[in-house]
Design a protein around this ligand. Structure first.
Ligand SMILES: Cc1ncc(COP(=O)(O)O)c(C=O)c1O
Length: 398
């Protein structure tokens, strides 16, 4: 089936955090302005309908009319195993799979299960802000191995710094974001292997958040760290249909823990969590019948990114960015305008009435940046960019 991703689906009035959550968003300091004209492109949630086979399967579940406690059928695990084998050449043992009602939840569980208050946990800023929340919110310490950005806006790992920090006795865990949100980096096999080696040597447990792993450019390859590593018994990987198939509201993360001891510890801290019949149904349909949709979606997102690159080059050439290798996010460097981050924020959020995410939320390193989420119909993206460009062209002559 051919999907028309240009079609706009009204999301206001559907309890959408992105489109109905103005007061919540304001109270969290993301913006001062939020009204019916706001275009919110801040949360990693698509404004695009999910694959038709998922909708059909969910209808069938509704039509049953009873929504009791559910078990995970064999088909659930098989669907996960087949998907990762086929799409990423990664073999997962059924026993290694543990369901969690969300990825951020799984990160909190891992931090609590495997570290003690005060322990150091490495992250690579600028990075998805809830990593910091999972660490500091549980009384642990952030150890920042900041990514290094070159002239071309390409981020790489400072391995010397990483190794020094991993060697510190107080460092117990590394939370990897791969593909990296917000920089869009897909790490190479060599980089992943080196990270895994250093952590193995220094007894640092890796928790890999790989939930953007399916959402990469069509000319790129995603390699799970557990596959790149020489051994995976010190690696816990979070996978999810939440991002790939736009079902964050169904809370479906699967944590892959090959090490039996770690698995039991994680399970104990997690407690008992059954998934809803909708979640189970959605996962099976997504992973067994959603490939065609995903391939079309990737093509569409590649096209949107190309559009944004062209638009910026023409209308806002002072914004520096590059095509991300993975994720549907773009990381925009506004430093070329010579404005303060507060002034950039004011023009975009208050004047253009577009809601992005201030780079400073991802760490001090991101202060000059804005993150934009692109999985919306292209007409929405075009309108948002037009509005933003007007605010920067008006006084600043591009
Ligand atoms: C890297 C990363 N991890 C986790 C999440 C949230 O995942 P979940 O909704 O499964 O908690 C996001 C959402 O944007 C994300 O970008």
């Amino acid at each position: 089936m051919k999907y028309n991703f240009d079609e706009i689906t009204e999301r206001r009035g559907t309890y959408s955090l992105k489109w109905d959550g103005g007061e919540f968003i304001k109270s969290h300091g993301l913006t001062e302005r939020y009204d019916e004209e706001t275009i919110p492109l801040y949360t990693a949630d698509m404004d695009l309908p999910v694959p038709q086979p998922m909708i059909d399967a969910l209808h069938k579940t509704v039509d049953h009319k009873i929504f009791g406690y559910s078990i995970f059928p064999e088909a659930y695990f098989e669907a996960i195993q087949q998907w990762f084998l086929k799409r990423h050449d990664w073999e997962i043992q059924k026993d290694a799979i543990i369901y969690s009602p969300g990825t951020v939840h799984a990160l909190h569980v891992a931090v609590k299960a495997f570290t003690n208050p005060g322990d150091g946990i490495i992250i690579q800023r600028p990075v998805y802000p809830p990593f910091t929340g999972a660490i500091e919110g549980n009384g642990r310490t952030v150890v920042n191995n900041a990514l290094v950005c070159d002239e071309e806006g390409y981020y790489t790992i400072d391995f010397e710094d990483f190794e020094r920090k991993a060697k510190d006795e107080n460092t117990k865990m590394f939370i990897l974001c791969h593909p990296h949100n917000p920089t869009g980096r897909l790490f190479t096999r060599e980089e992943l292997e080196q990270l895994a080696d250093i952590c193995a040597k220094n007894d640092v447990l890796i928790v890999a958040d790989e939930i953007h792993g399916d959402l990469i450019r069509r000319n790129q390859t995603f390699i799970p760290i557990a596959k790149a590593a020489k051994r995976a018994d010190h690696i816990i990987t979070c996978t999810a249909i939440n991002k790939t198939f736009n079902v964050a509201g169904l809370h479906c993360t699967n944590v892959i823990i090959p090490n039996e001891g770690y698995r039991e510890t994680f399970r104990k801290t997690l407690g008992m969590h059954l998934a809803s019949p909708f979640t189970i149904t959605a996962l099976i349909a997504a992973y067994t019948e959603g490939e065609d949709w995903l391939d079309q979606l990737k093509e569409y997102i590649d096209g949107t990114i190309e559009y944004v690159m062209g638009f910026l080059a023409e209308r806002m050439p002072k914004v520096k960015t590059r095509i991300p290798e993975g994720t549907y996010l773009m990381w925009l460097d506004f430093s070329g305008y010579g404005l303060s981050p507060e002034e950039v924020h004011d023009r975009i959020y208050n004047k253009a009435n577009v809601l992005l995410e201030d780079g400073g939320m991802f760490g001090e390193e991101g202060r000059q940046y804005q993150r934009i989420c692109l999985p919306s119909p292209r007409p929405v993206i075009k309108e948002a960019l037009e509005r933003i460009a007007r605010e920067f062209e008006a006084e600043n002559g591009n």
